[in-house]
Design a binder for this molecule. Structure first.
Ligand code: FPP
Ligand code: MG
Length: 335
């Protein structure tokens, strides 16, 4: 099955009415999915485990269509966690083969990606993957990077704690290279170093199969997300479960919105305090008494922002180079 179904599956009038009702409320911009329950689905339906995962992919494709249809413009899915490498060799091989097939398919559907204007990003410690899959991924990411209508983030060889450690290493290296100061490290900077730096935080996270934990998925990014745990196994997930989760989001929206706004205020206050303390400690070491402290704080903030912009550019260029080099090597193999 394709990633983006060419022909829209027909929707009944009941769907359309429900969609219209939901659209009168806030629609989440970004939804994350923990697609859990493929193997239990296989056991329940007396099919091979591999087929359970393939059915899981088909459900992803359907879900993307539902999301686009209702106005969800960004989707993030947990396709393979670093923990999943601990599964039997047969199963890991099967999931890698599924990825190989689907990323090949994605590249055969370039026109469809362009038509839907979907930007595909793959987030995770990609160096843990077989080289041919890294190259396929790089080609997909590179090809679709300028698409603007929708974003699909596929978390592959990903765990949140690994992502946070990688971001911390980037910041430590930045301090070591003198690109940033230790005092520049903040929650905002951390977010700019995560694999998800290009995305807003998910508004809604849906986990299927009745498990009620996050399993090391987007731990930083979901602090203020609405969480929806659905009992159904992933291949059984339906448009009604999606609509139910959106309704759950809408009911909780006012509280979530207030919490996000309050967090934003806190961050701004902490940043002002940090700038102020930095200026004070610089004043102690140099004779800056002629300028007013508030002018110095403003000046300091401007320099800090410029420093961070340069550092973030350095981090992003490194990632871009990694994808570009792999993608160009992959194209050469094809020629
Ligand atoms: C969890 O179910 C599912 C996975 C580990 C794999 C999810 C992958 C897909 C749905 C396909 C996506 C593929 C690409 C290339 C985007 P489980 O195996 O933990 O099942 P269980 O909870 O019943 O044991
Ligand atoms: Mg599971």
């Amino acid at each position: 099955m394709s990633w983006f179904p060419e022909k829209k599956s027909g929707q009944s009038w009941v769907h359309r009415v429900c969609q219209r009702i939901l659209r009168t409320g806030p629609i989440p911009r970004h939804v994350a999915f923990i697609m859990d329950g493929n193997r239990r689905f296989a056991v329940k339906n007396h099919i091979e485990r591999a087929e359970g995962h393939f059915k899981g992919f088909d459900k992803l494709s359907e879900t993307l269509e539902w999301c686009l249809d209702i106005g969800i413009t960004e989707v993030t899915v947990y396709a393979f966690s670093i923990e999943n490498f601990k599964r039997s060799k047969d199963e890991v091989d099967c999931l890698m083969e599924l990825a190989r097939q689907k990323f090949t398919r994605l590249m055969q559907e370039k026109e469809l990606i362009q038509k839907h204007q979907v930007c595909v990003r793959v987030l995770g410690n990609l160096t843990l993957l077989p080289l041919d899959i890294q190259q396929q991924i790089a080609e997909c990411v590179h090809f679709s990077k300028d698409n603007k209508r929708a974003v699909l983030n596929v978390c592959f060889a990903y765990t949140s704690r690994d992502e946070i450690c990688a971001a911390m290493r980037e910041m430590a290296e930045g301090v070591q290279l003198g690109l940033i100061k230790e005092s520049d490290i903040s929650e905002d900077l951390m977010e700019k170093c995560l694999f998800t730096s290009q995305s807003p935080n998910p508004d809604l996270l849906i986990r299927t199969s009745g498990e009620v934990r996050l399993s090391d998925f987007l731990l930083w990014q979901t602090s203020y997300s609405c969480l929806s745990f659905v009992d159904v196994l992933w291949p059984e997930f339906s448009i009604w479960h999606l609509y139910g989760a959106i309704l759950h989001y809408q009911r909780n929206y006012p509280v979530i919105k207030r919490a996000i706004e309050s967090d934003l205020c806190d961050r701004e206050r902490k940043q002002r305090e940090s700038d102020y303390n930095c200026v004070l400690s610089e004043c102690e070491s140099t004779d800056q008494s002629k300028n007013s402290v508030s002018d110095l704080v403003l000046q300091y903030a401007k320099h800090r922002e410029a420093r961070i912009e340069q550092f973030v550019h350095h981090v992003n260029s490194k990632r871009l180079r990694y994808f570009e080099e792999l993608a160009s090597r992959h194209k050469t193999v094809h020629v």
